[in-house]
Design a protein around this ligand. Structure first.
Ligand code: ADP
Ligand code: ADP
Ligand code: MG
Length: 622
C-alpha cells in the first residue's frame, strides 16, 4: 500500500480523498493556489505546497509544478480527483514517468475515451449500443446539415472534445441547424480548443443512467450498479440517486454488462463511469438505452454508489493503484436501500442562477446526513473555481424515505450572505413527480416556475419572520402595530421588514424557521431560503393611535432604480412603490397597508444610505 499521497485538486473532493487516506494511515500532501491559502483541504492535509496564483491555469492545471511538489515532499502517489488534470493523458504519463504512482485511469484509456466520436466508434466495435447519429470526419457545415436532416429532428450537436455540459446545442428544425452549429463550434473552440462536432438523435424523455465500473491491474473489471442523474439544469447534474427509479433486473443486467464490456474494451484500471442515455417514454427498456460517453475518473456523484454498496471507492482507488486486486468480486456486491445526493451551489436561482461569491459568514449544514464539503463557516466562496459548496448525501431503506430525507436536509441549510440553491433543491426533492420517480432531463426546465423561489417573500416567510422576531427580538426589524392587535391573545399583527420591504404579518405559534444574527444583521432561515430582515420601517406606528404614518426606510445602502408612484397617489397594500438595488440584488419596496403616498423623497438614480426615509405612506382614515 502506498504510504503518502499528493492530492492534485481542491475543494470537497480533495477533502474527501484526505479522509480516506487518513483512515488508511496514508500521509497526505495538499497543493493550493493563492485564493486557497486558508482553504479546508490545506488545513486538513498533513502538509501543503503553494503552487501558484489563483486562476486554475496558473496553479491547479500546471502538471509540472504538481509533480515537483510531490517530489519535494516525498509523496509516492498522485490522486487527481475530478476536473482539472484528472482526464489529462499527458499528465498521467508524466506522473508515471516521474516514478510516481498515478491514482487515475491509464493514459491509454483516457485517450481512447477522450473524444466522444472515437469513443463511440470503439464501443460499436466492442458491441455496445451507442446513441444513433453521425460521428464522421467530414465537418463541412452543409454535409453535417444533411446528416442531421437524415437523422431527423430534434438533434443534439456535441463537441467531440466536450465535457461538463458545455459545447452542446439542441436543434429543433433544419432551418436552425447552420446557426446552432456555428454557435456550438465557437463554444467548443473556446472551451476545448477543438471545434469538431458529432450529431446525435435527441432522445425523447431522456434519462441519464450511468454505471460505476472499477478495474484492477490484474485484468478484473466489476460494476457497482447504476446511478440516475436525470435531474439536470443545462446538461449539468443537480440531484443524483442510486439505484435508478423504475430499473428492472433485466435492464440492469443489460446496461451493467454493457458497461463492463466497455471498460474491458479499453483495458480499464481504477474508477470509471459509463454514461448512457435512455429513452424513458415507456419506462426503462434494454433496447432503448445507449452509450453516451465514458468519464475516466472518480465522479462527483460517487457517494450515492458508496451508500448503497457500503464500499469506500477512494479506498478502492488507492488499493488498485497500489497493485492490489479489487476488494470485492462481482457476486459479493449488492444494493442496499436508496441513496440520493444534492449539489449545493453558491448561486442565486431567483436571479437566473447567477453564481454568488463572497464570505460564508454563516454556513450551517445538517449533521444527520453525509456532507462532503470543502468550505467552512468564516471562509469564503471565491470566483475562481466551481461554485459547489457541498454535497448532501442521504441513504434510506426506500426511495420515498430517501427523497423525504433529502428535502429535509436541504431545508436545514443556512448560508449567508452567499446565496445558494438550497430552497430550489428542497422543492425539487419534495416535488410530487420527483417523489413518484417521474424524472427525465427536462424535469427542472419544466418545473422552474414552482422550483425557483420568488424574490418577494411568501406569506409563510412573513409569518415566520414575524413570529421569530416576536419570540427573540434581536434588532429593530419589527414594529408592533398596537392598533392592529388581533383578538386572539397568541396572535399578533406586526410590521416586519423582509428583504427590503415592509409587510404586515400575523404571528403564528407553529411558524417554521428561525432568525439568527449574522455579521450584525438579522437573517431568517426557512426551508433553505435566507431572508435579510432590515431595520423597522414603519415608524411612529402605535404612537399616534395606529399605523398612521408608515415610513419606508432603505434596508441597506443602495441605489433607487425606479419609482413607481407619485406624491399624493393612493396605493393599496402590497403595491410596488419603488425598486432599490442593493447588494447586487433588486428589492421591490411595497406599501405596508392601504393609504396615500406622502413625502416621496427619492427619484430614480438616487443613492440612499441605510435607514434613509424613502417615502411615507399615510394610512387611510378609518
Ligand atoms: P460529473 O458527471 O461527475 O458531474 P461533470 O462532467 O459535471 O462530471 O464534471 C465534473 C467536474 O469536472 C466538474 O467540476 C466540472 O466543472 C469539471 N469538468 C468536467 N469536464 C470539464 C472540462 N472539459 N473542462 C473543464 N472542467 C470540466
Ligand atoms: P458531457 O461530456 O458534457 O457530460 P454528455 O455527452 O455526457 O456530455 O451529455 C451531457 C448531458 O446531455 C446528458 O447527461 C443528457 O442530459 C444530455 N444528452 C446527451 N446526449 C443526449 C441525447 N442524444 N439526447 C438527449 N439528451 C442528451
Ligand atoms: Mg457526461
Amino acid at each position: 500500500m502506498i504510504r503518502s499521497l499528493l492530492i492534485a485538486n481542491r475543494g470537497e473532493i480533495a477533502c474527501r480523498i484526505i479522509k480516506t487516506a487518513r483512515k488508511l494511515g496514508v500521509r497526505t500532501v495538499a497543493v493550493y493556489s493563492d485564493a486557497d491559502a486558508q482553504a479546508l483541504h490545506v488545513r486538513m492535509a498533513d502538509e501543503a505546497v503553494h503552487i501558484g496564483p489563483s486562476p486554475a491555469r496558473e496553479s491547479y492545471l500546471l502538471g509540472d509544478r504538481i509533480i515537483a511538489a510531490a517530489k519535494a515532499t516525498g509523496a509516492e502517489a498522485i490522486h487527481p480527483g475530478y476536473g482539472f488534470l484528472s482526464e489529462n493523458a499527458d499528465f498521467a504519463e508524466a506522473v508515471v514517468a516521474a516514478g510516481l504512482v498515478w491514482v487515475g485511469a491509464p493514459a491509454s484509456s483516457i485517450r481512447a475515451m477522450g473524444l466522444k466520436d472515437s469513443a463511440k466508434a470503439l464501443m460499436i466495435a466492442a458491441g455496445v449500443p451507442v446513441t444513433p447519429g453521425y460521428m464522421g470526419e467530414n465537418q463541412d457545415p452543409e454535409h453535417l446539415k444533411s446528416q442531421a436532416d437524415a437523422i431527423g429532428y430534434p438533434v443534439l450537436v456535441k463537441a467531440v472534445a466536450g465535457g461538463g455540459g458545455k459545447g452542446m446545442r439542441k436543434v429543433e428544425a433544419s432551418a436552425d441547424f447552420i446557426d446552432m452549429l456555428a454557435s456550438c463550434q465557437r463554444e467548443a473552440a473556446a472551451s476545448f480548443g477543438d471545434d469538431r462536432v458529432l450529431i446525435e438523435k435527441y432522445i425523447l424523455s431522456p434519462r441519464h443512467i450511468e454505471v460505476q465500473v472499477f478495474g484492477d491491474t490484474h485484468g478484473e473489471v466489476v460494476h457497482l450498479f447504476e446511478r440516475d442523474c436525470s435531474l439536470q439544469r443545462r446538461h449539468q447534474k443537480v440531484i443524483e440517486e442510486a439505484p435508478a427509479p423504475g430499473m428492472t433486473p433485466e435492464v440492469r443486467e443489460a446496461v451493467c454488462s454493457a458497461a463492463v464490456k466497455a471498460a474491458k474494451a479499453v483495458d480499464y484500471v481504477g474508477a470509471g463511469t459509463i454514461e448512457f442515455i435512455a429513452d424513458g417514454t415507456e419506462g426503462l427498456r434494454a433496447d432503448r438505452i445507449w452509450f453516451m460517453e465514458m468519464n475516466t475518473r472518480l465522479q462527483v456523484e460517487h457517494p450515492v454508489t458508496e451508500a448503497i454498496t457500503g464500499q469506500d471507492l477512494v479506498e478502492w482507488q488507492l488499493r488498485v493503484a497500489s497493485g492490489e486486486p479489487l476488494p470485492k468480486r462481482q457476486d459479493e456486491l449488492a444494493i442496499d436501500g436508496w441513496a440520493m445526493e444534492a449539489r449545493l451551489y453558491a448561486e442565486n436561482p431567483t436571479a437566473g442562477f447567477l453564481p454568488s461569491t463572497g464570505p460564508l459568514d454563516r454556513l450551517r449544514l445538517p449533521d444527520d446526513v453525509r456532507i462532503d464539503t470543502g468550505v467552512y463557516e468564516g471562509g469564503e466562496v471565491t470566483p475562481f473555481y466551481d461554485p459547489m459548496i457541498a454535497k448532501l448525501i442521504v441513504h434510506a431503506p426506500t426511495r420515498e424515505a430517501a427523497a423525504a430525507k433529502l428535502a429535509a436536509a436541504c431545508a436545514q441549510v443556512e448560508v449567508w450572505p452567499v446565496r445558494t440553491n438550497a430552497a430550489f433543491l428542497t422543492r425539487a426533492a419534495a416535488d410530487a413527480d420527483f417523489v413518484a420517480g417521474r424524472v427525465d432531463t427536462g424535469f427542472i426546465e419544466r418545473g422552474l416556475d414552482v422550483l425557483v423561489p420568488t424574490a418577494e417573500p411568501s406569506d409563510a416567510v412573513k409569518t415566520a419572520a414575524a413570529s421569530a422576531l416576536i419570540k427573540a427580538p434581536t434588532g429593530a426589524a419589527w414594529t408592533d402595530l398596537t392598533g392592529f392587535r388581533a383578538n386572539a391573545p397568541t396572535q399578533r399583527r406586526v410590521a416586519v421588514s423582509v428583504a427590503g420591504s415592509v409587510h404586515l404579518a400575523e404571528t403564528s405559534a407553529t411558524a417554521g424557521g428561525h432568525v439568527a444574527s449574522v455579521a450584525g444583521r438579522d437573517i431568517l432561515f426557512l426551508d433553505g431560503e435566507a431572508w435579510p430582515l432590515g431595520p423597522g420601517r414603519v415608524d411612529g406606528a402605535g404612537g399616534g393611535g395606529g399605523a398612521s404614518d408608515g415610513a419606508i426606510l432603505s434596508p441597506m445602502p443602495g441605489k433607487v432604480i425606479s419609482v413607481d408612484v407619485e406624491d399624493g397617489q393612493a396605493v393599496v397594500r402590497g403595491q410596488k412603490l419603488l425598486t432599490l438595488e442593493a447588494m447586487k440584488m433588486e428589492h421591490g419596496m411595497v406599501a405596508p397597508f392601504d393609504g396615500t403616498v406622502t413625502a416621496l423623497s427619492v427619484a430614480a438614480g438616487s443613492q440612499v444610505a441605510e435607514g434613509a426615509v424613502l417615502v411615507r405612506i399615510e394610512a387611510d382614515a378609518g
